[in-house]
Design a protein around this ligand. Structure first.
Ligand code: MG
Length: 390
């Protein structure tokens, strides 16, 4: 067993914190090389004192300066970088074996690509990079011997099932489970009036704002369908979604012989994170297993695509191709932000996305620059529509 040297992109977010708590249990296996955060300087300082990384990356220059002052007081020798160049530096540094890609949204794309170009083992939580650049990332990984291990709980479950099973011809379909979020039982009319706080209040998982809203609209599941198609190289017809409000079964794989396999676990991200970190070994995560005799009834039913338009739009975009998936992701980020700021109501999130998608054009996408160009145009379009119509 060789020591893994780890860079975490997004160490102050929910996935980053859970990752550090698992890493902290295994000092014989893991060493933190670098931490990339946003501008939560106090938390970065706390993490620096505990894990003594060689580098920390902050969002911008002011937060870098602030952190340097605080590090001096603690007599720590950690070097501080900032911005996109900093994130890319710690994602591609030659000493690093493993990169945890946990920056939220499209902001995580470039550093994830840099990790892939540098042949790293990438533990992927940033589903948006797979949605925006799935084909390209797969190609770069193949060319540079990089590997992707999903942290996203559904994909991690499928990865666990498939790790002893490589022939995709034997897979009939995969079924992603979805809790349905806080509004599973709301009707369309009442969804127009839900508040930001209600939308942020996920029944099973504690997560960041972006993914919490995505879970409430079920865009999260839509992005996960697209993510799964790239990670497991499966045709759209082989990827289904089932509602499962208890979040105990984290997905299924159905094989051609009629067998279905799944992974169960309490809804705590330390479980999939520890599998990804330890892979191919299993290591302790600090989370108890599922007590079968104490489980609530496990329910499963079909999602309502009229209510959860974002899931429907995601399937449509996956069928239309890469450029539409980029447009979907970009317009969703604009719409989520607008909702969080109180500019649009909850049901206007899919409306804004759908209107933006009407302007999307199919294209062959084969470089990061091209992806960012499409992303940028989609954001401009979404903002135009937002300002005109809402
Ligand atoms: Mg998930």
């Amino acid at each position: 067993m060789s020591m893994k040297l780890i860079s975490i992109l997004g160490s102050t977010g929910s996935i980053g914190k859970s990752s550090l708590s698992v890493i902290n249990l295994h000092p014989d296996r893991f060493k933190i090389f670098a931490l990339g955060g946003f501008n939560n300087v106090d938390l970065l300082l706390e993490q620096a004192i505990k894990f003594k990384p060689s580098y920390i990356v902050t969002k911008d220059l002011p937060s870098k300066k602030l952190l340097i002052d605080k590090l001096k007081d603690e007599k720590l020798k950690t070097k501080v970088l900032f911005g996109e160049e900093g994130y890319s530096f710690i994602a591609s540094h030659e000493d690093v074996t493993t990169v945890i890609a946990a920056i939220t949204g499209s902001a995580g794309l470039i550093s994830t690509v840099e990790a892939a170009k540098s042949g790293k083992q990438i533990l992927l939580a940033n589903k948006e990079s797979m949605v925006m650049a799935g084909d390209l990332l797969n190609k770069i990984c193949l060319e540079n011997n990089a590997t992707l291990i999903p942290i996203d709980s559904e994909h991690n479950a499928i990865f666990q099932v498939l790790s002893s099973q490589k022939d995709s011809q034997e897979i009939k379909k995969i079924i992603l489970t979805a809790s349905g979020g806080p509004f599973r039982e709301f009707d369309i009319e009442s969804l127009k009036n839900v508040t930001v706080d209600q939308a942020l209040n996920h029944p099973n998982w504690k997560m960041g704002k972006k993914i919490s809203i995505d879970s409430a609209t079920m865009m999260n599941k839509g992005l996960e369908v697209i993510e799964a198609s790239h990670l497991f190289r499966l045709n759209i017809s082989k990827i289904e979604v089932v509602m499962h409000p208890q979040s105990i079964i984290h997905s299924f794989v159905e094989f051609i012989d009629g067998s279905s396999l799944s992974q169960l676990g309490n809804p705590d991200m330390r479980v999939p994170i520890s599998y990804a970190l330890g892979y191919p070994d299993r290591i302790t995560s600090g989370v108890d297993g599922v007590s079968l005799d104490k489980l609530p009834n496990l329910e499963f039913f079909k999602p309502d695509l009229k209510k959860f338009r974002c899931l429907d739009l995601s399937y449509q975009c996956l069928a239309m191709g890469a450029a539409h998936c980029i447009n979907l992701n970009a317009s969703n980020e604009v719409a989520v932000e607008a909702f969080l700021l109180g500019k649009i109501n909850f049901m206007q999130i899919p409306e804004l996305i759908e209107k933006t998608l009407l302007k999307a054009e199919a294209a062959d996408v084969n470089s990061v620059e091209h992806i960012l160009e499409i992303d940028n145009l989609a954001r401009l379009e979404a903002n135009n529509i937002l300002n005109k119509l809402f």
